[in-house]
Design a protein around this ligand. Structure first.
Ligand code: TRP
Length: 336
């Protein structure tokens, strides 16, 4: 049993509790995480320290962090098989982040697309944390000697800077960090907004109709799908450049039903967009229903969730502290 764990490759990924989890978080990330659980030694984190790079309401942040944990489990992530934890509970993340800050260059941080986007959106709060956020993310990944980092396309640049930091550090001190690889799933990776299908479905979307939430009630979900943007043609056919709205709905329908694009095209041949949108909405409602119900049940069970995140943090800290101690020694800190 133990030997098995040692041989398994390690996975680390995380989602910020900066907004409620969306259909995009489920299909693009968590659903894939569940599938990786058996084959890999997985760490799935709720990265609350990343979330405060943008101003958060404390009560809401606390509520969303717990709700996110409940949703991870309700989506099928087994806390006995995976290490599920809250980032701020393992202090090694903050400690390694500081050290890595000293091995990360101002110039390379300035080139990060997400920093440029977020500072444009939060012009009144371009704080140092927002700028050095990739060093914290590198700490998350490197603490666990991670092999693979499942992320969306938009986070690839952050995994690359993590690799650059690791190479730089290893170059000075020898092999301290394992070199992680980004792992970008092919299916379901990019669920787009229902109202502006050229943009990723995002919890920070200003248009509430564009985004479906895991915990959303069925009536609201149906309303969003009925209002989804399509095009001026009349046939259901997959083409992301000429029919981004319909193609996105097909992606979602395919993920919810397991049907291929060909089968979907056949099923809706000669039928209107209205009928298609209703069917996609219904499929999503049925897919999310058991998840929402289970998550609601778990959110009511505070002591269970507490036992999960406490055990998760303990397990994570064991590995994280081992790496951190090695780093402290390498850089020349006196042992305490
Ligand atoms: N930066 C990621 C995002 O915004 C979240 C994240 C933080 C993460 N630390 C990570 C993802 C480590 C993968 C690995 O989506």
């Amino acid at each position: 049993m133990d030997e098995n764990i040692i041989q398994k490759k390690t996975i680390f990924s995380g989602i910020q509790p900066s907004g409620d989890l969306t259909l995009g978080s489920y299909l693009g990330a968590i659903k894939n995480w569940v599938e990786l659980s058996d084959m890999y030694n997985c760490y799935y984190c709720i990265v609350d320290m990343h979330a405060i790079t943008v101003r958060q309401n404390p009560t809401e942040l606390r509520r969303r962090t717990i709700a996110q944990l409940a949703q991870y489990i309700a989506c099928g992530l087994d806390p006995d098989k995976n290490t599920i934890f809250i980032q701020s509970h393992v202090s090694a993340h903050a400690e390694l982040a500081w050290i890595l800050n000293c091995y990360t260059m101002f110039g390379e941080l300035s080139r990060m697309t997400q920093f440029k986007d977020k500072s444009a959106k939060n012009a009144d709060n371009i704080n140092a944390g927002l700028f050095t956020y990739p060093a914290l993310m590198a700490a998350d990944i490197l603490l666990y000697q991670t092999d693979l980092v499942p992320v969306g396309e938009d986070q690839k640049q952050h995994v690359e800077i993590c690799r650059d930091i690791a190479v730089r550090f290893n170059g000075v001190y020898g092999d301290v960090f394992k070199m992680p690889e980004p792992y970008i799933p092919k299916v379901g990776a990019r669920i787009m907004s229902l109202t502006s299908p050229e943009n990723k479905m995002s919890k920070s979307d200003k248009d509430p109709g564009g985004c479906i939430y895991i915990m959303q009630n069925p009536d609201d979900i149906m309303r969003c799908f009925k209002r989804a943007v399509t095009d001026s043609e009349t046939f259901v056919c997959y083409n992301t450049s000429t029919k981004p709205g319909i193609s996105n709905l097909m992606q979602i329908y395919s993920a919810a039903t397991g049907e291929s694009f060909e089968e979907i095209e056949k099923e809706f041949c000669g039928k209107g967009y209205g009928e298609f949108k209703t069917k996609v909405g219904e499929a999503v409602v049925e897919m999310l229903r058991p998840i929402r119900e289970e998550a609601e049940r778990l959110i009511a069970d505070k002591s269970y969730l507490e036992s999960v995140y406490k055990k998760g943090a303990e397990k994570a800290a064991l590995t994280a502290n081992k790496t951190l101690r090695k780093v402290y020694k390498k850089v020349g800190f006196v042992e305490k």
